[in-house]
Write a protein that binds this ligand. Sequence first.
Ligand SMILES: *[C@@H]1O[C@H](CO)[C@@H](O)[C@H](O)[C@H]1NC(C)=O
Ligand SMILES: *[C@@H]1O[C@H](CO)[C@@H](O)[C@H](O)[C@H]1NC(C)=O
Ligand SMILES: *[C@@H]1O[C@H](CO)[C@@H](O)[C@H](O)[C@H]1NC(C)=O
Ligand SMILES: *[C@@H]1O[C@H](CO)[C@@H](O)[C@H](O)[C@H]1NC(C)=O
Ligand SMILES: *[C@@H]1O[C@H](CO)[C@@H](O)[C@H](O)[C@H]1NC(C)=O
Length: 171
Amino acid sequence: MLDGEILLIILTAVQASEQTLYVYQTPKVSATECSSVTLFCNFTSNGTIPGFYKWYRHSVWGPEVTNTSGELRGRVSIVRPAEFFFHKSANIHLHHLNFSDTGLYICVVTLLANSEETAHGNGTFLEVKRLVADGWKSQLAITIGCSTIAVITVLILVAVGGFLGYHNKCE
Ligand SMILES: *[C@@H]1O[C@H](CO)[C@@H](O)[C@H](O)[C@H]1NC(C)=O
Ligand SMILES: *[C@@H]1O[C@H](CO)[C@@H](O)[C@H](O)[C@H]1NC(C)=O
Ligand SMILES: *[C@@H]1O[C@H](CO)[C@@H](O)[C@H](O)[C@H]1NC(C)=O
Ligand SMILES: *[C@@H]1O[C@H](CO)[C@@H](O)[C@H](O)[C@H]1NC(C)=O
Ligand SMILES: *[C@@H]1O[C@H](CO)[C@@H](O)[C@H](O)[C@H]1NC(C)=O
């Protein structure tokens, strides 16, 4: 009984010292609505070990980022398996970005060596900038520095544009 316990402790200690999986992510990325973005994630491990990776939103086991369900459905693509195995890349690409995609994305890598090993990165904060509204605001700010007539002109243009030109969908 005692021998069994000692063996267990030794095995645990050996496993801990062999922990070689580290996951790296870019801390922050900015992109504009409707464009695509790559969220970078790579990992270090000894040798080429089979495994897989997943991404989660908000927190480590938060909503999973997948192409088949959730808010990002149809807008996610992942790297080819060869990229994962040989280049240790666990990147994802997000397409047709929406302002509401802003937030934290966490990369989790699992390797299936003798025993399963999982590690996660510290997360990438994705900031998606609005397309139209920001343009107007900065144009207005620049113009206010010029003249009253220009301000009135821009206000009229913004009002007309608000009815005719503003669209909140891609394309
Ligand atoms: C992985 O490599 C590190 C240093 O490169 C070494 O200390 C460790 O023992 C290796 N682990 C395994 C499981 O081979
Ligand atoms: C993640 O954050 C921890 C704590 O702030 C830090 O010690 C560690 O180096 C970070 N890891 C990476 C890969 O940046
Ligand atoms: C992993 O990503 C970091 C930046 O996130 C980069 O500096 C590093 O070179 C990458 N490592 C590999 C092996 O691609
Ligand atoms: C993601 O879903 C969209 C829409 O269903 C599809 O057109 C696209 O091919 C899918 N992409 C991948 C990488 O599976
Ligand atoms: C962003 O998502 C909202 C809610 O689903 C939608 O109404 C809006 O059209 C989207 N914006 C773009 C630029 O696709």
